[in-house]
Design a protein around this ligand. Structure first.
Ligand code: ADP
Ligand code: MG
Length: 288
């Protein structure tokens, strides 16, 4: 609908994604700044289009203070563009925060790391365990959404440094028959869990592994597993041995990170287990 498109003034581009540009836009009716993902679907395969529709549907249903808010979707059939309008996160992404600290040779404060981790746990908890209410039957059923591409580039920050988990491009909402696993995985190899390398099942615990890797990287300013070749990387991940965090970080933080980065998925904590961690519990109570 061109009228809806007319409702926004285009500003500068803020990122380029796998689908296309992310642009800052201003909503004319109230001057609010939003982010717009601009997706050219002309060259997309059926599979890619399906993936896109799935991202849109996932975002539409997910409402949580730590998940990027989806506002609307505009289809421009004439030019084959889909626009996804979402909350603008002016604090940028976590990858940039890590990069800046690395360049300046300063570590990220432990308080900040616990706060980011807690908010990511809350966001994942909503994905893994949140309830959805069927508008017709008014019945609540559990949702099961796997993020599948949790990494610092996909963790956004708003003006108040609140965490907003975004980029659900590869996530998949599982139906009952697929409950415990979903096999296709296309993500960043640095954060890929051992079970995915061995070509087995992706489940909520694979997101937990990635979360462990993100927290590790916030502390060490580099991912836990680094290698020059894919084979070497796979071997390291399957071994699952990670270095100690830099000495300024507490034993408690080391313990949580180590618990999440365990080769056996069943041994990793669930989001529920993590929310019971005393430190995480206190921070999540303060957030409410
Ligand atoms: P891709 O699927 O290509 O990775 P993303 O959704 O991760 O696309 O967006 C790419 C980059 O654009 C992000 O890493 C981030 O820097 C920026 N970006 C995306 N969405 C927003 C947003 N809502 N607010 C601010 N920046 C964003
Ligand atoms: Mg991304």
């Amino acid at each position: 609908d061109p009228l809806q498109l007319d409702g926004y003034e285009s500003l500068e581009s803020i990122g380029s994604g796998s689908y296309g540009l992310i642009r800052k836009v201003k909503r004319k009716e109230d001057g609010k700044i939003l982010a717009r993902k601009e997706i050219d679907y002309r060259k997309m395969s059926t599979k890619e289009k399906e993936q896109l529709v799935s991202e849109v549907n996932i975002l539409k249903d997910l409402k949580h203070p730590n998940i990027v808010e989806f506002l609307e979707r505009v289809i421009d059939r004439e030019n084959c563009f889909i626009y996804i309008l979402m909350e603008y996160c002016e604090g940028g992404d976590l990858a940039s925060v890590i990069r800046r600290h690395k360049e300046l040779l300063v570590h990220i404060g432990e308080e900040f790391i616990w706060s980011i981790m807690t908010q990511l746990v809350l966001a994942l908890h909503e994905c893994h365990c949140g309830m959805v209410i069927n508008p017709d039957t008014k019945q609540a059923t559990p949702r099961l959404i796997l993020h599948r591409d949790l990494k610092p580039d996909n963790v956004f920050l708003d003006a108040k440094k609140n965490v907003k988990l975004g980029d659900f491009g590869l996530s998949r909402s599982l139906t009952n028959s697929q409950r415990t696993f979903a096999q296709t995985y296309v993500g960043t190899p640095f954060y890929m869990s051992p079970e995915l390398i061995s070509d087995s099942l992706y489940d909520t615990k694979s997101d937990i592994w990635s979360l462990g890797c993100v927290v590790f990287e916030m502390c060490a300013l580099e991912p836990p597993f680094l290698a020059d070749t894919q084979e070497e990387l796979s071997a390291k991940i399957k071994l699952g041995r990670i270095p100690m965090l830099p000495p300024q970080y507490s034993q408690e933080l080391n313990n949580v990170v180590r618990a999440m980065i365990q080769v056996n998925p069943r041994k990793r904590p669930s989001t529920g287990d993590l929310l019971a961690n005393p430190r995480i519990k206190i921070i999540s109570m303060q957030l409410e």
